[in-house]
Ligand binder design. Structure first.
Ligand code: ATP
Ligand code: MG
Ligand code: MG
Ligand code: MG
Length: 576
């Protein structure tokens, strides 16, 4: 009797499948395109609430927390300090940085009861810069690197692939503040190294690639790409040296070229008022609509080929009817259209469609229309060799033709598809200048702070991990981010020896720090095994009366499929 309360407490602390919440699904959900999305739904890790907005169910949350903890440990180790900023941000700060105008529709804006404007934070440069400019006065307080793990909201035009491209998602974002560029480089390098450790610890196969700085802006950046066929990014890497780049970087340089080029014979094509086309089309985003309108103007007397990036909700059938375009080709998400007549030109933005440009260039096509991700930056008569930098054109050709690496003499370029799980930026003084974040140096002189920012998509990392680790039966979690390390499949909990042994194994493993789930459900063995495989727990101990009669249990490795018949003590020892 004295022991009873202890026993009860022990029992309560057991993680029993029958009392837990893992709503698995047999059928492949029809609205999930990529494997990680399908498996996360089927394994009962997530459930959709609205487009790009998900509930994290207990199993999903456990993996999310694992990634968070790895990230937290490595950020702390690198000297970064955790804080937490609000999701809701005042428009005022975004007006100060200039991004209220620039950011576009991804920024979800709203007003409070007093008509004051706010947004849901898609990223936190403004908020952190505001905090630091108020609190940091002296060079003695620098360097400092502050980070948070927090929910972001981006009104993505095409939320899809589950947690991979959500609208509400969890991000780790860090921001470094330094006295000068040299010091900022050191902070950047620390983060770069921390990111390598993080993704290694998560058990991912990845590459760090040179990248464009996108709408966050700044001068220099690397993306951490998980290699996977389903990735939305195209990356190139050299077979011999460490050159690796996001193909989008080539696009950025081209748009940049169009942006800055002296318009010798170039003709600036004014981007038509987006409203007029949007009123008609209603479904195009700003950039696509202005580009399409430009094309339509040009197409009056000059046939052109249009390449539109696919990350807008472009309904090519509607577009075809509306504009009289012929659909030429679908290249992944990109839609290539012939706008009347034979193709004699090309219109960008290029994005993932580099192959098509290169093909056209190889066919001797010289004059192009280029677009940029901003209004009024479309140029006509852009000449590839003359107006694009040679290296960017070389990049593009290399991507397609496997030509020599632009950095070394011995290698050739390979192309991969990747999922961007992390991004490190050298921001320089972009935000600190605009928002006047300064410090006093040793001579009492006011100086501008140098910044860097560093993001990791937590949910996307879990999804990317599943893209890399699965088979026909389900997820194969690497140990560090598995929701549980070990599942005990008790084949019949009504049999006393099975029940007692299962609970004893559970207790021993739990005492050793192993995270265990006890499948105590009153189901057929095959049914339990299917679920165990689906949810991807790395190790499974099968406790059945037949083997127990010989004092044995079965230990199965989810990844290798290896099965061993072991004594209880040996099995416990091996799992520990
Ligand atoms: P993408 O190119 O995929 O749109 P991004 O470059 O806009 O991503 P960043 O601003 O660099 O994203 O944000 C840092 C990290 O946040 C990304 O590397 C990615 O892992 C994650 N992330 C960004 N957008 C999303 C999203 N919609 N859903 C889930 N994770 C995201
Ligand atoms: Mg984005
Ligand atoms: Mg990106
Ligand atoms: Mg990015």
């Amino acid at each position: 009797m004295v022991c009873a309360p202890v026993l009860i407490r022990k029992k309560e602390s057991i993680m029993r499948y029958s009392q837990y919440f893992i709503p698995t699904v047999k059928e492949t959900p029809s609205d999930a395109e990529v494997i990680s999305h399908q498996l996360m739904l089927r394994a009962g890790m997530i459930r959709k609430l609205a487009a790009g907005v998900y509930n994290y169910l207990p199993l999903g949350l456990r993996s999310i927390r694992k990634v968070e903890n790895i990230v937290r440990e490595e950020m702390n180790r690198a000297g970064a300090i955790e804080l937490l900023m609000p999701t809701v941000q005042p428009a005022e700060l975004w007006q100060e940085s200039g991004r209220w105008e620039q950011y576009g529709k991804e920024l979800l804006r709203f007003k409070d009861r007093k008509d004051t404007e706010f947004c849901m934070g898609p990223t936190h440069e403004e908020v952190i810069t505001d905090l630091v400019r108020r609190e940091v006065k002296s060079y003695r307080q620098l360097p400092i690197n502050l980070y948070q793990i927090q929910g972001k909201f981006r009104d993505e035009i095409r939320p899809r692939f589950g947690l991979m491209r959500g609208r509400e998602f969890i991000m780790k974002d860090a921001y470094s503040f330094d006295v000068n560029e040299k010091a900022a480089d050191i902070s950047y390098d620390k983060m770069y190294q921390a990111y390598r450790r993080i993704f290694e610890r998560c058990g991912l196969r990845f590459r760090a690639v040179e990248a464009d700085t996108g709408s966050i802006g700044g001068s220099y950046s690397h993306e951490f790409m998980v290699l996977a066929e389903s990735g939305e990014d195209a990356i190139v890497s050299c077979t011999a040296c460490d050159y690796a780049a996001n193909v989008e970087k080539a696009e950025a340089r081209q748009s940049g070229a169009a942006d800055h080029a002296e318009p010798r014979t170039l003709e600036k094509v004014a981007t038509p008022d987006k409203k007029s086309i949007e009123e008609v089309a209603g479904f195009l985003d700003v950039h696509a609509s202005s580009l399409v309108k430009t094309l339509v103007l040009l197409a009056d007397n000059e046939p052109v080929v249009a390449l539109l990036r696919g990350d807008h909700e472009l309904n090519e059938i509607k577009l075809k009817n509306l504009l009289g375009c012929d659909l030429l080709e679908m290249a992944g998400d990109d839609v290539v259209m012939k706008v009347t007549g034979a193709p004699t030109g090309f219109a960008g933005p290029v994005g993932l469609g580099v192959k098509i440009i290169a093909d056209l260039a190889v066919q001797g096509m010289k004059n192009f229309v280029t677009g940029a991700n901003a209004k009024d930056l479309h140029l006509k008569n852009v000449n590839l060799e003359r107006d694009f930098t040679v290296s960017s054109f070389a990049d593009i050709r290399n991507v397609v033709l496997g030509d020599p690496c632009p950095r070394c003499d011995s290698g050739t370029l390979e192309m991969w598809r990747g999922i961007e799980v992390g991004h490190v930026f050298k921001l320089g003084t972009k935000y600190s200048k605009a928002m006047k974040a300064t410090y006093l140096d040793a001579d009492g002189k006011e100086q501008i702070i140098f910044m860097g920012c560093y993001g990791i998509g937590i949910g996307r990392t879990v999804a990317a991990c599943i893209e890399q680790n699965h088979d026909d039966n389900g997820i194969i979690f690497p140990l560090p981010i598995a929701p549980f390390h070990c599942i005990i499949s008790a084949l019949n909990m009504k049999e006393e020896p099975v029940r007692d042994s299962s609970e004893a194994i559970y207790a021993q493993l739990a005492a050793a720090g192993v995270e265990v789930l006890l499948d105590d459900r009153d189901e057929r063995p095959g049914f339990k095994f299917k679920d165990a495989d689906l949810i991807g727990i790395p190790l499974r101990i099968v406790v059945g009366s037949k083997n127990l009669a010989d004092g044995k249990v079965e230990l199965k490795n989810r990844k290798t499929g290896d099965v061993e018949l072991l004594s209880i003590a040996d099995a416990v020892e091996k799992v520990k």
